[in-house]
Design a protein around this ligand. Structure first.
Ligand code: SAM
Length: 164
């Protein structure tokens, strides 16, 4: 099922498990981090981040059955109490608490989110996108990973550097 971000639909396509290790590495997670996944699907990325020992994960997902799945997965993995689940449109969620933001969306949605990221994120916040860039922002690192069927690309942006 697809959900509309403004006028743009983003289907649920989960981040492949092989990429989770690369994501936590590029994010350089530390214990004080608050990790947001905007459109968190079944929660796999946030769950993995929280298992690295960060302060908190925030799973924002518009699809109520997916957020329920994410909650169940977090319970199975023993990290339910360290993740906040928001069944909400990410355009309506305040982002100022985030120190790391993950987005596996579309270039057009990243473009639409950009003003919100620029207004609400604090300088130093790391923003990681999979496969789709944030138009107009300069990545500080790009990692290409060979998957069995395709090449995946992770982009690391830092608020205060990438958006200037
Ligand atoms: C490509 S999937 C990525 C899922 C997850 N982040 C991952 O990497 O496994 C995009 C997700 O964004 C969700 N989504 C789309 N528009 C949304 C919106 N406006 N607010 C919150 N979630 C949204 C979809 O339901 C879908 O689960």
């Amino acid at each position: 099922m697809s959900y509309y971000s403004g006028t743009i639909s983003v289907p649920w396509v989960p981040t492949r498990d092989e990429l989770l290790e690369y994501i936590v590495r590029i994010a350089r997670l530390k214990p004080s981090d608050v990790f947001y996944d905007l459109g968190c699907g079944d929660g796999r990325v946030v769950i993995r981040a929280v298992k690295e020992g960060i302060k908190k994960g925030v799973c924002v997902e518009i699809n109520s059955s997916l957020i329920e799945r994410a909650r169940e997965a977090a319970e199975r993995e023993g990290v339910l109490d360290r993740i906040v689940f928001m069944n909400e449109d990410f355009f309506r969620v305040p982002l100022s608490e985030a120190t790391v933001v993950y987005m596996y969306l579309l270039t057009s949605v990243n473009r639409a989110l950009r003003p919100k990221l620029e207004t609400e994120l604090r300088d130093g916040t790391r923003v990681i996108t999979l496969d789709f860039e944030i138009p107009g922002w300069k990545p500080v690192q790009v990692v290409e990973i060979a998957l069995p069927t395709r090449m995946a690309k992770l982009f690391l942006y830092i608020k205060g550097i990438s958006d200037r």
